[in-house]
Design a protein around this ligand. Structure first.
Ligand code: DPP
Ligand code: ZN
Length: 874
């Protein structure tokens, strides 16, 4: 397979004004009739270019051009296209194709799930429905008529407004939808089936009445209230924060259990993974509730950032995704605790995106080439993309950012544009030079910011020297300096913020300020600094970089106890924790003692005792970094040493702070009936962190705490937390069995049951995972199940996956190949488990290499998996 390059972009030869689709849905095939009104694109360089439509896995029945049936000599088809060489400048093209949703296991295009019909068209699924110009810069007005059996598929949905319906012969009925907004094909959606609806209403700020509908399987109707509440909050928030209103009379969300991604923002008809819709307090955890609120918001926000203004080509994916993730993060910050949301976003970025940026798949947020676009729906494009958008706001301020957004919509509503257009709107609206900032879009890799401080007592000045470097990444040897906003404060000996005054400035300002770092190395001198300060750097994580500053342990302890910036407070604790984990890892490799340092233990004790701190922040400060994150800090990865070190720290803290954890647990234990609000979530999170430490102690009384919580819990957050503590011990078996019996019918709860075992240190072995794949609730065709069991094991169980005998690698290769036959997109995600292979110790490295080579040599590999394994082997 050949890579597609950004530099090869050319505008389409034809544009489509209007498309009328008729779907005739049935059990053993479906027929799609399409009528396209096309005209030649004056912006295309060749005025006589042929028309080449994209199409895959289609059976072509007929082609009509301006009313005339074309015989086979007038067009050509191959596996991926249909070409008509002799095309008039304006034409009406009618095409009939037959497709097989009933055997479509890729979950791309039109497919079946639980008997119903659903679509997923982003990025290139529409070409599996009919021949079309399947590219986002071709925007057309869609009309869709769906015909199907009345009893089997009573509900028939598509984009826009329902304009007609009726009955036909053979017990069939039809529904017609018109979408008044032009859109790219990737935003097309169709749903047909037996579904029930939760209905509500919303009145927009200008008085538009919008009907809100959430469509789910009938048994799930009692799990939609949180999603509906989240939708209404999102609609209000976007009006208040960005002045953006909804633009159709109906907003529909449909939940489906078989879905490759989280959700999809199809115009007026979002299709969601059930995981991001369904929640009842007894089936979903606080993390699930939070995720639903964020994803509902994310897809809703796409209506403006993605749909009204879309991407010119798929290289610009971050234009809509980075921006929309940033918007949903800002929304979540306003709905809950802003610092907690921020720290969690940073954890995700560091654990997953920094790893991607350091491995064989590293790419800038605007990639320059791809083999399979589905492989570029990445944490880099999404989460690092969101950090890049956040940096505009950090540099320009909230009001400046809003001015840029307003100009972006004023210029580009109804268009398909590029990341440069967004950056130009930000620059022009604020008269701010963002030329250097463009490097964030073109350079991959995580920059390191090295900061050194020099206090001059005689001059009462403090000079920070800031240098930046960025490591080489595949295809990019040399990097140029980036434009980096560095937010900081200076702490006095009591931990309070000192006033900040740069040399040359007239007055001092209190609190945080943002320095604009643009050179490879540059200095900033603060004056009137009465004492040597402790710098509080990268406040609120103002840029997606690694920070290097030689903090002393005492300085870290001061920041942990007093920094006014919650992120820096958490970060100081993480820094100390990482230093000590590193020491433990080295000790474990050398077979030495695995003891904790006193200053670390007492800093943690102080955190636990600080009543003024948000309990959620305390919980985060006590949460150890993931094994994979620790692995990424090593020059050579020894999975067993990492596990031993991490467990030694957990057990060491549990022993040292036993009475503190017990006190916290008892204090927070009884909270009354379940509520989902920031305060209740915070209290539950700290209580359950305390329980997770106590459950490490090999003491019957502590396990009894977990057993009691498991038995009494009225909500899934507490139930899952208790079970997590129990599964590492033999006592967990009864609890696991009880859990499975109770929730056998709840697919999303069974996903938790699979994951808990896949990542457990006691149960998470290749043999156990294989056995669980035979469980009746597991299905290799269902992405949620594959992610919950296989994905969790390969990606989140470092020591289990990297078993020294290489069995994890053989299992990974076998499973990737099996899934690839069904669903290449899903298989490629699993294949990412090899991305760290070059950093493993030599024995495991060899095992991983031969597993990778076996996959690469497999005949009939998909483009998706080919791209991942070939880039790994390069
Ligand atoms: N565009 C979709 C989303 O991010 C892709 N899953 O919301
Ligand atoms: Zn998105």
């Amino acid at each position: 397979p050949q890579p597609i390059q950004l530099k090869d972009y050319t505008p389409p030869a034809f544009l489509i004004d209007k498309v009328d689709l008729t779907f005739d849905l049935d059990e053993d095939h479906s027929r799609v009739s399409s009528r396209l009104v096309l005209h030649r694109n004056p912006d295309h360089p060749d005025a006589r270019a042929p028309l080449t439509l994209d199409g895959k896995e289609l059976t072509l029945e007929s082609v009509k051009l301006d009313g005339e049936i074309l015989d086979g000599s007038r067009y050509q088809t191959d596996a991926e296209s249909l070409t008509i060489a002799a095309m008039p400048d304006n034409a009406i093209l009618e095409i009939v194709t037959v497709i097989h949703p009933e055997t479509n296991t890729s979950l791309n295009g039109l497919y079946r799930s639980g008997g119903n019909f659903y679509t997923q068209c982003e990025a290139e699924g529409f070409r599996k429905i009919t021949y079309y110009l399947d590219r986002p810069d071709v925007m057309a007005r869609f009309t869709t008529t769906i015909v199907a059996d009345k009893n089997k598929w009573p509900v028939l949905l598509s984009n826009g407004n329902r304009v007609g319906e009726g009955t036909l012969d053979r017990n069939r009925h039809w529904v017609k939808w018109v979408d008044p907004f032009k859109k790219p094909a990737y935003l097309f959606a169709l749903v047909g089936g037996k579904l029930s609806r939760l209905a509500d209403r919303y009145t927009t700020s200008s008085g538009r009445e919008v009907a809100l509908e959430i469509w789910v399987e009938p048994a799930d109707l009692d799990k939609c209230d949180h999603a509906m509440a989240s939708l209404k909050k999102s609609m209000l928030w976007d009006e208040q924060r960005f002045g953006l209103e909804y633009d159709l009379d109906t907003y529909m969300i449909v939940a489906v259990g078989d879905f490759n991604m989280g959700a999809m923002e199809n115009k007026g008809l979002n299709i969601f993974n059930t995981k991001y819709v369904l929640a009842r307090s007894d089936t979903a955890t606080d993390v699930d509730f939070d995720g639903i609120e964020a994803v509902i918001a994310h897809e809703y926000f796409h209506n403006w950032t993605g749909n009204r203004v879309t991407c010119r080509d798929w290289f610009q994916l971050s234009l809509k995704e980075g921006l929309t993730v940033f918007r949903d993060q800002e929304f979540s910050a306003d709905m809950g605790s802003a610092p907690v949301q921020r720290i969690e976003a940073v954890r995700t970025l560091r654990t997953h995106q920094f790893a991607e940026d350091a491995g064989p798949m590293a790419h800038p947020i605007r990639p320059e080439s791809y083999i399979e676009i589905n492989n570029f729906y990445t944490v880099t494009v999404y989460e690092k993309g969101a950090e890049v958008v956040r940096m505009y706001q950090t540099l320009l301020g909230r009001d400046g950012f809003r001015r840029g957004m307003d100009l972006y919509f004023k210029r580009h509503d109804g268009q398909a544009v590029t990341c440069d257009d967004f950056r130009a709107a930000m620059a022009d609206a604020n008269d701010y030079d963002l030329n250097q900032f463009a490097r964030w879009y073109s350079q991959a890799g995580t920059p390191t910011l090295s900061v050194r401080g020099q206090y001059d007592a005689a001059a009462a000045s403090y000079t920070l020297t800031v240098s930046q470097t960025c490591p080489a990444t595949p295809g990019q040897g040399e990097k140029l300096p980036m434009h980096i906003p560095l937010a900081l404060g200076l702490l006095g000996p009591d931990g309070a913020d000192l006033p900040l005054q740069l040399a040359g400035e007239q007055e001092a300002l209190a609190g945080t300020r943002v320095l604009s770092v643009q050179e490879a190395s540059q200095s900033f001198t603060f004056i009137n600094v009465p004492v040597a300060p402790v710098p509080s750097l990268l406040r609120n994580f103002s840029a997606p970089v690694k920070l290097d500053f030689p903090y002393s342990r005492a300085q870290l302890a001061l920041q942990m106890a007093h920094d006014s910036d919650a992120f820096c407070r958490w970060e100081a604790g993480q820094t100390m924790m990482l230093q000590d984990l590193q020491t433990l890892i080295e000790a474990a490799r050398a077979g030495g003692e695995l003891g904790l340092k006193d200053d670390f233990v007492s800093a943690m004790r102080q955190v636990l005792a600080d009543d003024a701190l948000d309990p959620a922040l305390v919980a985060l400060m006590l949460t150890l970094p993931a094994e994979t994150y620790l692995a990424d800090q090593q020059s050579e990865i020894d999975p067993d040493a990492i596990r031993a070190a991490r467990e030694a720290m957990k057990l060491g803290l549990a022993r040292a702070l036993r009475s503190e954890f017990k006190a916290v647990y008892s204090r927070l234990q009884d909270q009354g009936a379940y509520r989902f609000d920031a305060q209740s979530v915070a209290r539950r999170s700290l209580k359950n962190v305390a329980l997770s430490y106590l459950a490490e102690l090999d003491e019957p009384a502590m396990l009894e705490l977990a057993e009691q919580q498991f038995a009494r819990a009225d909500n899934m957050t507490d139930s899952q937390a208790a079970l997590t503590g129990l599964v590492n011990w033999a006592e967990g078996d009864a609890a696991l069995a009880g859990f499975a019996a109770k929730w056998a019918e709840e697919a999303l709860v069974m996903d938790k049951w699979f994951t808990l075992q896949a990542i457990s240190r006691r149960l998470g072995t290749v043999a156990k995972v294989k056995a669980l794949m035979q469980h009746p609730a597991f299905a290799l065709t269902n992405p949620n199940k594959v992610r919950a069991l296989v994905g969790a094991f390969l990606h989140s169980n470092l020591a289990g996956f990297h078993a020294a005998d290489g069995s994890g690698y053989e299992f990974a290769a076998d499973t990737i190949l099996a899934v690839d036959k069904l669903n290449p997109q899903m298989a490629a995600r699993l294949a990412g488990c090899f991305n760290r292979w070059k950093k493993l110790e030599p024995g495991r490295r060899a095992g991983m290499r031969s597993a990778l080579e076996r996959v690469a040599a497999h005949a009939g590999l998909s483009r998706d998996v080919y791209e991942i394994v070939s880039k790994n082997l390069q």
